[in-house]
Design a protein around this ligand. Structure first.
Ligand SMILES: NC(=O)c1ccc[n+]([C@@H]2O[C@H](COP(=O)([O-])OP(=O)(O)OC[C@H]3O[C@@H](n4cnc5c(N)ncnc54)[C@H](OP(=O)(O)O)[C@@H]3O)[C@@H](O)[C@H]2O)c1
Length: 166
């Protein structure tokens, strides 16, 4: 199973200036719970935005740069190569961004773990539109803003609708 994990605002914004748009501790906790123990695939810019390998997960980072090296991560030159390595490690693979990598994996991934943030903030990176003809929401839990969370948010799971034989 290949799962995309993403937090997006009401305008599908996911980032600005290579940073996230919000600080939501419960979303970070949720992300950690979902991905721990499994390989995670990300673009080089997302890795640089995080700044270090995420623990207890094989960090697979995609880059075309030949001269780029960082401790503690597996660097690959294509999406295909990233998937090949990840599938050798585990059946459950998580794609964690950013925009460029989502764009190239959205077409074939099996599941989406979305944090829908109830905010419309300025963004320069966006997630593709989730077409209800292709995706069905199978789970949702929503949370109001509180002293640690400036915005309300919903954790949502989407599964790809089975293609009909017709
Ligand atoms: N809200 C969320 O859930 C979430 C999650 C993750 C990231 N983000 C945000 O998204 C933004 C970053 O996204 P982004 O689109 O700018 O960058 P990105 O997708 O993280 O990384 C893009 C880089 O990945 C490499 N790459 C991508 N596709 C490739 C391919 N097919 N073959 C080889 N290399 C490939 C290239 O690296 P080289 O340039 O090194 O060749 C490319 O410049 C940030 O603002 C970040 O905070 C948000």
């Amino acid at each position: 199973m290949t799962t995309i994990v993403v937090a997006m605002g009401a305008n599908q914004g996911i980032g600005f200036d290579n940073q996230l748009l919000w600080h939501l501790p419960n979303d970070l906790k949720h992300f950690k719970e979902i991905t721990s123990g499994h390989p995670i695939i990300m673009g080089r810019k997302t890795f640089e935005s995080i700044g270090k390998p995420l623990p207890n997960r094989t960090n697979i980072v995609i880059s075309r740069r030949k001269d780029w090296f960082q401790e503690g991560i597996l660097i690959v030159g294509s999406i295909k190569e990233a998937l090949k390595f990840a599938k050798k490690i585990d059946e459950e693979i998580f794609i964690i961004g950013g925009g460029k990598v989502y764009e190239q994996t959205f077409e074939f991934c099996d599941r989406l773990e979305v944090t829908a943030v109830n905010a419309e903030l300025e963004a320069d990176t966006f997630f593709p539109k989730i077409d209800p003809k292709i995706w069905t929401k199978t789970d949702e839990s929503c949370h109001e803003p509180d002293e640690r969370h400036a915005f309300g948010y919903c954790f949502q799971t989407y599964e790809r609708v089975e293609k009909s034989e017709a």
